[in-house]
Structures are given as structure tokens and as C-alpha cells.
Write a protein that binds this ligand. Sequence first.
Ligand SMILES: *Cc1c(COP(=O)(O)O)cnc(C)c1O
Length: 371
Amino acid sequence: MQLIGQNSNTVYPTNLKIWHGLNFELLDLDFSPKFDPRKTINRAYNLWRYREAIPIDNEAEIVSFEEGFTPLLPITFKDGKSALIKQEYVFPSGSYKDRGASILITQAKHLGIKHLVQDSSGNAGASIATYARKANIACDIYVPADTSAAKITQIAAMGATIIKVQGNRKQTALQAFEAAKVSYYASHCFNPYFFHGTKTIAYEICEQLDWKAPDSIVLPAGNGTLILGAHIGFLELYNLGIIAKIPKIIAIQSVHCCPIFNWMNIPQFNINHYEAAETIAEGIAIPNPVRAIEMVEAVKQTQGTVLLVTDDEIKNTWKEMAQAGFFIEPTSAACIAGLNQYLNGLTKAEICVSLFSGSGLKSIEKISKLL
Ligand SMILES: *Cc1c(COP(=O)(O)O)cnc(C)c1O
């Protein structure tokens, strides 16, 4: 197992305290797990049951709340269409980001990191702060000044230092990036360990379907932690011969912020100059995701597509889910609105999986305006 720079192909050992390669190039983890489903039989139902597939050697160092193995529930829309939904809003910090945080913070602890930085529109920061607390690592979380009060309170409660940046999500990331040069960047976008946590969603879905892959998976497309994580997970299971196909990845973006859609559909599109408008789906309002090209590749390679949703579709879907007893974030409702669109376009039945990515308790102010 080793780290590899995306542009230069430079190889680095995993025991270095690094989160980027030469000239700040992105790093990937070169890791081919030897995983056998039979090994999970007597293990607890959390994401660490896929031990051999997680790039962490020392069992004693694991930082975990026994998170994961979230329920896979069927839901039926008002018009009768249905799909299977992973209940990812039941994680300890209230979003699926805990999958990545558990593995990333375990690795940080292993490296002897004492201080780290992270930037976030909320959920990734809350998740990293929670796991850093458990591992006793000091952390600074950079957030845009207009981040929801609930998320800021949650981060503060975990003892992290909050740096409010006067500016948008991009300016926040730049400031954290600067700070990270003299610390360790627990970034859910840069740090490859995060994706080897989010990939466990693919393992769980396949196990819950009796070690079969679904036909399609509908995922939000912000920074791509789910899209890229799920893609890694399904590819590993496919390469191990455990599943016979890779599901189509259907990526959902807001019409107000759709860099991946534009990249795939507009030949002259330049993502570096792209600016987004406001949307109620704050968690996927990422105009320049650093791993955009990988996201485009994951969608293309799986014969998937990108669908766009409006704020009205998001609001209506949020209401429909609340009426069914699911209290989710507006960002989560964006993905479900996209799922609804996708199901509408199907000509024959499929096993389709999507998720509730975050809890409504995170966005009380926004939700009270919806009621
Ligand atoms: C982070 C987040 C997303 C966006 O996911 P990416 O993996 O960054 O594309 C969607 N929903 C919620 C609730 C999130 O916290």
C-alpha cells in the first residue's frame, strides 16, 4: 500500500504526514484489498466489519463509535414509484461524513498528528471535529460566516476552534489550505483516506442485497466524496469477483450549481471560471470541486448521468419526505428529488439505491422557512 501523486505518479509511503504530493498534486491510495465476505459473519454490524478492505493495519488505533451499517429502507413516492434508501442521517454526527472521518482520523492518530485543520460548509467539519475529539487531536475548523448556527454550535461543542471566514465556500477552502501548510489537512476532498471510508457505503449496500450490486445508485454531487467513495467500493468488490457488475452512478446537482453537468454537456466549459448562484441545497453548492475530473470519469465509466434539480423540486421533495416521517436536510432532499426524476425516466424496473445524507436537525432555520 502506498500513496501516488495524480500528475507525476510519484510514490510516497503511507507513514508520511502528508496530504498532498509535489506542487500540491492530489494523492490517491494504491490499495487492492483482499476481502472475503465470509470473514464478516461473526463481526459487529458497523463499517469496520469490512476490516480487510479498510487501509488501516493496527486494530488498537481505530477511532470509532461503531458507526455504519445503516438501514436500507424501501420508500415509495406519492406516484407509486419506489427505491431503496440508505438511512445515512443516523450517523453519530448526523451525516454520512462519519464514514470518512472514522478512517481519516484513525490514520491521523497513527501518524502522531497533534493538530489538524479542516474546512466545511458544516457537516464535514462537524464530523471531523467529533472524531478528532475522540482521538484527542486539536482541530481548527474553517467555515463560511453564514454557516447554519446548528452546525457551528455542534462543532464548538466538540471543542474545535472555529474560524469564521467572511466570504464564500471557495474563500473558506483557500484560507484552510493556507493554514494546512503548517498543519495536517483533514480535508474530505484532498485526503485519500476519507474516500476509503465513504466507500464502505458500497460494501454495505452489496451485503444488504445479499452480496449483489444494485442496477443504479443515485448520489449527490458536491465534492464527490460519495460518488468517488462508492465508485472505489464497487470497483473493489467487482475486481474481487464478489459482484458481477458496477451500478450506474446517477449524480445529482442543483441547477444553480452544476459544474459536473456542464463539464459533461458543454464542450467549451471551463470549470476554473465557473461561479454558482445560491441554492437551498448548501451541501452540494460546490462550484469547483478539486476532484471534478474523477467525478466526471466515475459517471461516464459506469454509463451513468448527471441530473439537475430546482429549488422548488427540492422543497416539494423535502415536504413529501417529512410527510412520510423522514426529517432530512434540504441538501438531502436534493438527491431524493433527483432520484424521483430518475425513476420517472426509467423504461423498465431497476434495483435503484439512494440515500438520506444528513439530518434535518442540522438546518432548523432553513426548514422552519419551508413550513
Ligand atoms: C457533504 C454532503 C453532501 C455532498 O456530498 P459530496 O460527497 O461532497 O459530493 C450531500 N449531503 C450532505 C448532507 C452532506 O453533508
